[in-house]
Design a protein around this ligand. Structure first.
Ligand code: UFG
Length: 329
């Protein structure tokens, strides 16, 4: 079976490629290397450098390769950046997906799994969050991901392709081998920023707000290991191969940790005191985001293996302590 992974040189994409190849599948990667890294491309995958917004490029990949299903990670994904430069997100996330879908329809490729996000919900109505809850994104990133889901929905009605949308909560951690990991530039995510302190790249970690209605006043998030996310993509491909209908699934552990708890676990894992300083709330942060992943467990048979936060942070530390500058030498 041959899987086309769009964005396979990025954080979640590269981890998914490693799991696909370990599972004996043939993998073709497309990435424009705007936010991905050539070093994250698995040596056994076939790699095409290019942009999904180019119809002739994506057509040429489908013409050269026999693809059974597509996994689509090729998008911009920083909430803050999406508020400063919204049209970049409409262009890459929506225009890219439109060109991709046109090409898939033209080439008769009818199965796709793609990255969505908890940001499609906005401020949650209740916890844990269910797939049937209302979607009211509070940032451009979440809005473009929700629009992508709708684009798939209407295209599936008209052209009969089937899709699975996976709404990730807080992706984190790194491959257990330490070979690949998280490398964003700029980095905005909590765990990699915390780990810059024991790596001597920051003096302290800033906590954005301690006056939320949570047990210690700091925000609660559902942290999910990147390899568990990767496994869910493989299960979703199998589900579509077995004739499953188009569907949407949340992916999280169903357990929330506060920012202070995450810092405390990082202190334990690294043996470093990691000083923390308090700051104002970051605009747009909901107090609590916790997934119900019961649907993915029941329908896809998904079972996260690395649910323990200490294991997650230890895997991230293995990567960051040996790659303090990410993929840069
Ligand atoms: N935080 C800090 N200090 C920091 C960085 C983050 O206190 O230096 C806090 C944030 O305020 C938040 C928590 O740590 O409460 C987690 O923040 P991240 O930036 O790591 O992650 P988010 O929850 O903001 O974002 C995640 C995904 C997004 C997705 C979003 C949905 O990374 O892709 O959830 O709301 F859009």
């Amino acid at each position: 079976m041959s899987i086309l992974v769009l964005g396979g040189a990025g954080y979640i994409g590269s981890h998914t490629v490693y799991e696909l190849i370990d599972g004996g599948m043939d993998v073709v990667i497309v990435d424009n290397l705007e936010t991905g890294y050539a070093e994250a491309v698995h040596p056994k995958a076939k790699f095409y450098k290019g942009d999904i917004r180019s119809r002739s490029f994506i057509d040429s990949v489908f013409e050269q390769e026999k693809i059974d299903a597509v996994i689509h990670f090729a998008a911009n994904s920083l909430v803050g950046e999406s508020m400063v430069n919204p049209l970049k997100y409409y262009d890459n996330n929506l225009c890219g997906t439109k060109v991709l879908l046109e090409s898939m329809v033209a080439h008769g490729i009818d199965k796709i799994v793609f990255s969505s996000t908890a940001a499609t919900y906005g401020e949650p109505e209740s916890i844990p969050i269910l797939e049937t809850d209302n979607n009211k994104p509070t940032n451009t990133y979440g809005e473009t991901k929700l629009a992508m889901e709708k684009m798939f929905y209407w295209t599936s009605k008209a052209h009969g392709l089937r899709y699975v949308s996976l709404r990730y909560f807080n992706a984190c951690g790194a491959h257990m081998s330490g070979e690949i990991g998280e490398a964003h530039n700029p980095e905005t995510h909590l765990i990699p920023l915390i780990l810059k302190v024991p790596n001597n790249q920051r003096e302290n970690i800033t906590i954005f707000g301690d006056d939320y209605d949570t047990k210690d006043g700091t925000c609660v998030r559902d942290y999910i290991h990147v390899t568990d996310l990767a496994q869910a993509h493989i299960l979703a491909v199998k589900y579509l191969m077995d004739g499953g209908e188009s569907n949407i699934f949340n992916l999280g552990n169903g357990v929330g940790f506060t920012v202070k708890e995450v810092i405390e676990v990082a202190r334990k894992v690294t043996g470093h005191p990691i000083p923390a300083v308090m700051a104002e709330r970051r605009a747009g942060d909901p107090a609590k985001l916790i997934a119900s992943s019961a649907k993915a467990v029941e329908i896809l048979g998904w079972k996260p293996q690395y649910a323990d936060l200490e294991t997650i942070i230890a895997s991230a530390w293995k990567w960051h302590s040996t790659h303090p500058n990410g993929y840069k030498k």
